[in-house]
Design a protein around this ligand. Sequence first.
Ligand SMILES: Cc1cc2nc3c(=O)[nH]c(=O)nc-3n(C[C@H](O)[C@H](O)[C@H](O)COP(=O)(O)O)c2cc1C
Length: 304
Amino acid sequence: MAEIVSAMRAVSRVPVTVKCRIGVDDMDSYDALHSFVATVSQEGGVLHFVVHARKAVLSGLSPAENRSIPPLRYDVVYQLVRDFPQLRFTLNGGIKSLEEARAHLQRGVSGVMIGREACANPWMLATADQQIFGEPCPTASVTRRSVLLQYRDYLLRLDESLLLRPSVRNPMPALLHSYAPSAPSAGRSDSLLTPSLALVLRPLFALVSGLPGARQFRNSMADAVAKQTAALKGAHRPRGPSPSASEAAAACRAVGMAAARALDHAVEQLSACGSGSYLDFPAHSSHAHTTPQPEGSSSTLRCG
Ligand SMILES: Cc1cc2nc3c(=O)[nH]c(=O)nc-3n(C[C@H](O)[C@H](O)[C@H](O)COP(=O)(O)O)c2cc1C
């Protein structure tokens, strides 16, 4: 490992960090972890470790199970902080709130990494600058509605961002591929490039999750985009000539525009379902983070 990170450092202009767990299978003693960190930092020159505070069980647990079944051992990371004061440790695993993040920071870790909760509840991060860094809240005027409007602009720019910066996180090259197999960067058969807008829409769904009407919001967005995507694919005859890159760009743009239009409608629906005030609470207000009654509960308006 020290050799690997040395080689990486030799060719990298950015600092090389290591993300690891606190152990693997039977190799889960603190001594083994201590020795790993000592070797990688001293011989590999790594100064910053991101530690998922669970061990990995390689035999018997799936990746998803490995993110929840092995118990979290934050104390082990705190011990690393004490034993290696010259190094930086970012603590990861199971953090679900800014309060929890702050508690870990008070124990001496340099940072925290929040994974699944940031995806499931991105609104949680709206006040991070204020709560974690004590900075005046640059997001004082941010509301869920203002975020939705900014996301609408993003949807309208989909063609550029999708065509110019394709990546495994970017689902559109696959749509582009289905549209224009000959276009540059469109030929990857990588299974990660699923032809799906689901990844683009997921943060939107997470932003409104739990609000009255969230289900209708989800369905109406998903339906509109699915119809548009199907219409585009239908318009392209599989055995006909491949569309040009500019036609493919127009296709992506059309899907983005359909998503933006659907978003306008879906936001109206949310308001009609009684979520208007939740959409308009500024992020820093105490009301903004209260969770409304779950959908379908007796006090929730039912919307068509
Ligand atoms: C879908 C998914 C994919 C992940 N892929 C990686 C990965 O490629 N490399 C990695 O180091 N961790 C990966 N992780 C683990 C996360 O970085 C993180 O360590 C883990 O989710 C625990 O943090 P959390 O409880 O805040 O989510 C992944 C997690 C999820 C949910």
